[in-house]
Design a protein around this ligand. Structure first.
Ligand code: NAD
Length: 475
């Protein structure tokens, strides 16, 4: 081939690639973390010049784009991560788009009196570094983007590397909507290839003013030791307690529905059932009718061999001489369909099965570990006192989520007081706690460890007091 022709074609290809890189950069995706942070900083400055009304218009544009692409992002997430259910992820994306609070969340506080008027307003931090999980990739990005921008910030995201494409697509779609609505480019940024190293650069960078981590205990520890203002939204292991006063048929259906939602990936989903002995058989029978497949003891043992591996580093629990065994969850089964998991222990896949119900002892690893798959252990206890005690123990002090089915207000109050979780759902599926079939706004960043609770715009804002002395009080 003619040498001139080769160099001309090469030049054209390079120009095309550079053009793609440029347009990708305008939509927030950068080759380096440094560039992603600098662009977000510039965008934050531009956002500051816009009115609150304009900021709310950008939020509306984000909501519309997220909702219009909810199914596409749900399909991408399941395809890329190999976890969860498309229909449920679609619901979660729409939920984040519709029910994440916007600028109306930034409530003013005021005092007026003899000495004038003082107000506290909520202003931005600046650039927020947000770390997001693989279990809820697009929904956390949508939710965090709305809340953080509503508070006047720009965001550098560090998504989970196993959800790179879904996260990139979400950021590009939301930035496109922001630009079309007259907002600045790069209000949301990320690196093209997210990694733990890139997250480390972000956590140390002087231009990142606040960190928000949604994920397991490792990442929460990392942001809390960064020296920056940090919000940590960590792991949960939510117990569902059922006492003898509950509507047993309804409790069974709610538990199966909550546990199987997105194949148990949500951190709030029912991870174990604690049932008072006198109603346990009836509860299990209704759970089977609601879509649970009850495993035999042998099948539970078979399942344990494939979904858990014993960790090498056995450590003492500090109370007994005996070393306590600890387990790692086999990632291949996280977020998989119940039928798929059943098939792996030799039972022909049954599409209608939503949950694998396993009756176990209280100290079984299925109860103690956060499995994040539709495998639901059930423990029988003698009375509600024992149920409350066990629920507190297996929640591990995460202070995340607990569920109770009961008609006895005293029992519900006792568990809620003892377990101190951020979310406590009474007589409904766990997802009612984030606004699906329950009242209240939604969030995908539930900050138990640092105490912000269900985060929203005000969690991402700094309080600033403005005092006018001896004036503007009209009483
Ligand atoms: P994960 O902890 O493996 O990863 C979460 C994010 O942190 C990812 O972006 C990952 O790349 C990053 N990360 C992990 N370790 C890091 C480190 N040392 N330094 C920097 N970045 C690090 O969790 P996952 O599998 O993506 O998500 C599931 C976990 O998240 C579960 O434990 C679940 O309960 C929890 N979760 C909590 C909430 C909440 O609101 N509290 C919401 C969703 C998920």
């Amino acid at each position: 081939m003619d040498i001139n022709l080769i160099s001309e074609v090469t030049a054209q290809v390079l120009a095309k690639l550079q053009e793609q890189d440029r347009s990708r950069e305008e939509l927030g995706i950068f080759a380096s973390m440094e560039d992603a942070i600098l662009a977000a900083r510039q965008s934050y400055r531009q956002l500051k010049t816009l009115s609150l009304e304009k900021r709310e218009a950008l939020i509306q544009a984000i909501r519309a784009a997220a909702e219009a692409n909810a199914m596409l992002l749900a399909e991408m997430a399941v395809e890329e991560t190999g976890m969860g259910r498309v229909a449920d992820k679609n619901i979660k994306n729409i939920l984040a788009a519709r029910k994440t609070p916007g600028t109306e969340d930034l409530k003013l506080e005021a005092w007026s009196g003899d000495h004038g008027l003082s107000i506290v307003e909520r202003g931005p931090f600046g650039v927020i570094g947000a770390i997001t999980p693989t279990t809820n990739p697009s929904e956390t990005l949508i939710n965090n983007s709305i809340g953080m921008i509503a508070a006047g910030n720009s965001v550098v995201f560090s998504p989970h590397p196993t959800a790179t494409n879904t996260s990139r697509k979400t950021i590009e779609l939301l930035n496109t909507a922001i630009i079309k609505a007259g907002g600045p480019a790069n209000l949301l940024t990320a690196v093209a290839e997210p990694s733990i190293d890139a997250a480390g650069v972000m956590m140390k960078h002087p231009l990142v003013n606040m960190l928000v981590a949604t994920g397991g205990p490792g990442v929460v520890r990392a942001v809390l030791s960064s020296g920056k203002k940090a919000i940590g939204a960590g792991a949960g292991n939510p117990p569902a307690v059922v006492d003898q006063t509950a509507d047993i048929a309804k409790a069974a259906k709610d538990i199966v529905d909550g546990c199987s939602f997105d194949n148990n990936l949500p951190c709030i989903a029912e991870k174990e059932v604690i049932a008072v002995g006198c109603i346990a058989d009836e509860l299990m029978s209704y759970m089977r009718k609601a879509g649970a497949y009850q495993l035999s003891r042998q099948q539970v043992n078979d399942l344990m061999k494939i979904i858990l591996t014993e960790k090498e580093d056995e450590k003492s629990d500090g109370c007994t001489e005996k070393p306590k065994k600890s387990y790692a969850v086999n990632k291949k089964f996280i977020g998989k369909d119940a039928g798929y998991i059943l098939n792996k222990i030799g039972v022909a896949a049954l599409d209608q099965v939503k949950v694998l119900l396993c009756e176990t002892e209280a100290d079984h690893p299925f109860v103690l570990e956060e499995l994040m798959m539709p495998v639901l252990p059930l423990v029988q206890v003698k009375d509600v006192d024992a149920a409350i005690e066990l629920a507190v123990k297996v929640e591990h002090g995460n202070r995340h989520t607990a569920i109770m089915h009961s008609k006895n207000v005293d029992n519900m109050t006792r568990l809620a007081r003892a377990i101190e979780t951020t979310i406590f759902v009474k007589n409904g599926p766990s997802y009612a706690g984030i606004g699906v079939g329950g009242e209240g706004f939604t969030t995908f960043t539930i900050a138990g460890p640092t105490g912000e609770g269900l985060t929203s715009a005000r969690s991402f804002a700094r309080q600033r007091r403005c005092v006018l002395v001896d004036g503007f009080s009209i009483v």
